[in-house]
Write a protein of this length. Sequence first.
Length: 248
Amino acid sequence: MNQIDLTNRCAIVTGGAQGFGRAVTERFVKSGAKVAIWDHDSALADKTAKEIGSAVIALKVDVTDPAAVETARDETLKAFGRIDILVNNAGIAGVNRTVWETDLEEWRKVLRINLDGPFICCKAIVPQMLAQKYGRIVNIASIAGKEGNPNAAHYSASKAGLIALTKSLGKELAQHDITVNAVTPAAAKTAIFDQLTQTHIDFMLSKIPKGRFVLVEELAAMVAWLASEDCSFSTGAVFDISGGRATY
């Protein structure tokens, strides 16, 4: 593991109890940061925090609820004193169906969590970053947001929206020492696979030139650099980690 210096930095990782979020949390802690896991599954979040160690706290948060996010922000500030890094990772895949077979509420549920959630978290955290004149925001988008996956229009649209949110907010904060970037990973073998059909999983794998899914540790390494002081000039950008599926 290459060393990335996050010493004394304080981070929030939404959906940090498992999958990408847990891998990012572990990498941050190894790099010297303290991390607040924000997750709707409080039991799993508590378990993860205890397993990683004393540098991690766990808070039950519904990222689609502005009041809950603001309360969690205040609790995180009380525990850490500052918030330097926000990783918007919480997300769901939704049910694999064609557009015309997708229920409207299913569409809205995916958009609420995957797009409204990061917006609500950014809205709550950015003023704090502006006040301290420093911040790093990393949004976990998806290759589906670039290309659009069939039978996953709600997920693809939510991640495309998150990419656009990244670009807009990055420009708004460009005059401050606050960067906003997104990563677009290929799929990884995490709990989100439980929401997908085997046909859809096979389709995603067939599109990756490397012939395998991304490892959560590979994604965490990229996020750690984007969350560091070294990432000082890249903002509003999208960083590909799709095994060659998208090269733009």
